[in-house]
Design a binder for this molecule. Structure first.
Ligand SMILES: CC(C)(COP(=O)(O)OP(=O)(O)OC[C@H]1O[C@@H](n2cnc3c(N)ncnc32)[C@H](O)[C@@H]1OP(=O)(O)O)[C@@H](O)C(=O)NCCC(=O)NCCS
Length: 253
């Protein structure tokens, strides 16, 4: 069974004008148009490097030139590779997320749905208020029971898990966030969904990781069997870096 891969890039570390101009050449006109619509340089930079990461990683998996990859999008905007327009026809699941200066791309061979979310721990966010608004009651209670210093990190762990699940399903915010819940006990994660959600919790696997800086990242895969993901730090078209910078803090089952 193929192991999921999780590629990260510290987009702020990429400053070489030559590299950035090569990234731009990888984009298709619709991506370039989106890039040019960002008002702030930091958002343009993050988009450019994230999309270069996505394209170069997918190029390795498909054997298609990074600039030739053709994307299509589902009903709610989830991108997928348009198999009618590429060389490789082997099914490949992938998803992209970006937050602060980091981008993350998850990839797995096969058809199982997959979603990734990365979030920078923004201390100014009113996370007690947000959790009451968006989280399930059991998640709010668990968060309130955490010691003060651990509460913000745990909030982002839950947030990214919820978002990774939504992104795997590709529905965006169509699914009510309080209809499914995550519970942590030591390094174990439990996932529960209300019957209205029309899902079977057992068919999902989740991982939650942290890395310095402070970031939470979560991966959701619709597969009972999937092995643990391999985590890797990358610079698209640049030198690879040591990989042991993130650690998985909890996983389901
Ligand atoms: C796209 C969405 C699914 C995630 O947005 P986000 O968390 O702001 O952004 P991320 O960086 O994690 O992901 C964006 C990427 O996901 C992909 N994406 C877009 N629509 C998607 C969808 N419906 N499903 C899965 N992935 C999607 C794209 O590759 C996109 O990258 P791009 O904008 O550079 O092209 C958004 O529609 C959404 O639902 N946001 C919810 C935010 C929220 O309030 N969450 C509360 C959680 S407790």
């Amino acid at each position: 069974m193929s192991r999921p891969r999780l590629f990260f890039c510290d987009t702020s570390s990429v400053t070489s004008p030559a590299l950035l101009s090569r990234y731009r050449e990888l984009l298709e006109p619709a991506e370039t148009a989106r890039l040019d619509r960002f008002r702030f340089e930091k958002d343009r930079h993050s988009f450019l490097v994230s999309h270069a990461l996505l394209r170069t990683v997918l190029s390795e998996f498909t054997g298609t030139d990074a600039a030739s990859l053709q994307f299509a999008a589902g009903e709610h905007g989830k991108p997928y590779l348009d198999s009618t327009r590429q060389q490789s026809t082997a099914p490949l699941a992938f998803n992209l997320s970006h937050s602060g200066s980091y981008a993350a791309v998850a990839v797995r061979q096969g058809q199982a749905a997959l979603g990734v979310d990365i979030e920078f721990h923004r201390a100014e966010r009113r996370f007690a208020e947000l959790s009451r608004r968006y989280f399930a009651d059991s998640e709010v209670r668990a968060l309130d029971a955490e010691p003060g210093h651990a509460r913000m990190g745990r909030f982002y762990d839950i947030w990214t898990l919820k978002e990774a699940y939504l992104k795997a399903r590709g529905t965006g915010l169509q699914l009510p966030l309080e209809d499914f819940a995550f519970a942590f006990s030591a390094d174990r994660l439990d996932f529960n969904a209300r019957p209205d959600l029309d899902d079977c919790p057992q068919r999902w696997r989740f991982w939650c990781a942290r890395f310095p800086g402070e970031f939470s990242v979560a991966l959701a895969i619709e597969s009972e069997e999937s092995p643990e993901p391999v985590l890797e730090l990358r610079v698209p078209l640049g030198e690879s870096r040591p990989t042991a910078f993130a650690r998985i803090v909890a996983c389901s089952r």
